[in-house]
Design a binder for this molecule. Structure first.
Ligand code: FE2
Length: 374
């Protein structure tokens, strides 16, 4: 059963206030080419760059932006070192889910006091536009949370990044901000990481899905959603559940070489226009079985969007007590069966599409079977 655990002010206290996601950094094999993919296909703008030309010798980073979503694509310039090792082990993937805070020193100290493992303590980066304070703590696998304080910084992003305005700048597709980031962890480790976010960061358990909510003939998953107090940071944590065949979460763990970020959900105010634009620009989405739409009206009731358009685009709908949401999942965005994206439009609903988990799960398994991994 999915249970909504309504938080009360007395029940949860953030260890430190988080204003939102500051950026998401990917370590990739070829950041120059990846940046073109996210610009041409997903409508991000290339706004900043840091690399040898700006005085950084060992890596190149591209800063992409769409409304409030900031993505950093980083690649190493040599064969050794932590970035190259990360890519060797995991392939292209998410390294850093960075938090935007008002006081990084205080936030880091409190997190460490409550048992967080340090990646590095507070470091000051400065340039003529001011200074940024950055610390970082570890989470599942090789993933980290940087803690970014930028209240004394007027510059573009971080010291060292220079503004760029490329002539090739395809328009955005209406993506607005990061809704949630999902982590896959090993069998038996979900509650460990749920406890980590509760104990170390003061997050609360917003929702729980067990293997009766999400299962097919072959496999199942369990998931708990952890949220900070203002709801701007939401981290569902998945673990595989025992099934007859290999769970999609196990497949992820095998190919990613351990736990990591499975998908990032980004919001839009008009999912129909956003998905049309993404499809026209080459983004591929998971197929939704036609049978899904036969029962949709009965399941979700009256909605504003024409059902035939939703079906044509493969958009899923789910309703909860407070409203409904529309969502769709991209196919994998690299050759390893690891990371994908979700596009979501919330019309009141605060859930994660529980009624759609099953449909999603089945469509992911069809793809998994095609890879010979089921
Ligand atoms: Fe999601």
């Amino acid at each position: 059963m999915a249970t909504l655990t309504a938080p009360t002010a007395a029940e949860h206290h953030d260890t430190f206030p988080i204003n939102g996601t500051d950026y998401i950094e990917f370590y990739v094999g070829n950041a120059k080419q990846a940046s073109l993919y996210y610009r041409a296909a997903f409508g991000f703008q290339l706004v900043g760059y840091r690399g040898p030309e700006t005085g950084v010798r060992d890596r190149a980073s591209y800063l992409l932006q769409q409304d409030k979503i900031r993505i950093v694509l980083t690649t190493p310039l040599g064969p050794t070192g932590p970035i190259a090792e990360h890519i060797g082990r995991h392939g292209d993937g998410v390294r850093d889910l960075a938090f935007w805070v008002d006081d990084a020193r205080d936030a880091f100290a409190k997190a460490i006091e409550r048992g967080a493992e340090s990646v590095h303590g507070p470091e000051v980066m400065a340039d003529p536009d001011g200074e940024v304070v950055i610390a970082a703590i570890k989470t599942y696998g090789d993933t980290i949370h940087s803690i970014i304080e930028r209240r004394n910084y007027r510059g573009l992003f971080l010291p060292g990044f220079v503004a760029v305005t490329p002539a090739f700048a395809p328009p955005g597709v209406g993506l607005k901000y990061v809704d949630h980031c999902v982590g896959n962890v090993e069998l038996g480790k979900m509650n460990f990481w749920v406890d980590f976010y509760a104990r170390v960061l003061g997050f609360f358990n917003l929702l729980t899905f067990d293997d009766k909510d999400i299962n097919t003939e072959y496999s199942a998953l369990m998931s708990k959603v952890m949220s900070n107090g203002n709801g701007r940071i939401k981290f569902p944590i998945n673990e595989p559940a025992v099934g007859k065949k290999k769970s999609q979460i196990e497949e992820y763990l095998d190919y990613y070489g351990g736990p990591g970020v499975q998908h990032i959900a980004m919001t839009t105010d008009n999912i129909i226009e956003t998905v049309k634009a993404l499809r026209a620009r080459g983004v591929e989405f998971n197929q939704t079985p036609t049978t899904y739409y036969e029962s949709l009206q009965a399941r979700v009731g009256k909605i504003d969007e024409p059902l035939d358009t939703l079906q044509e685009l493969g958009i899923l709908v789910d309703r909860d007590d407070e409203g409904y949401l529309l969502q769709i999942f991209t196919k994998l965005v690299q050759d390893r069966p690891t990371l994908f994206f979700e596009i979501i439009q919330r019309k009141g609903a605060k859930g994660f599409g529980k009624g759609n988990f099953q449909a999603l799960f089945e469509s992911i398994e069809r793809e998994q079977a095609l890879r010979g991994n089921l």
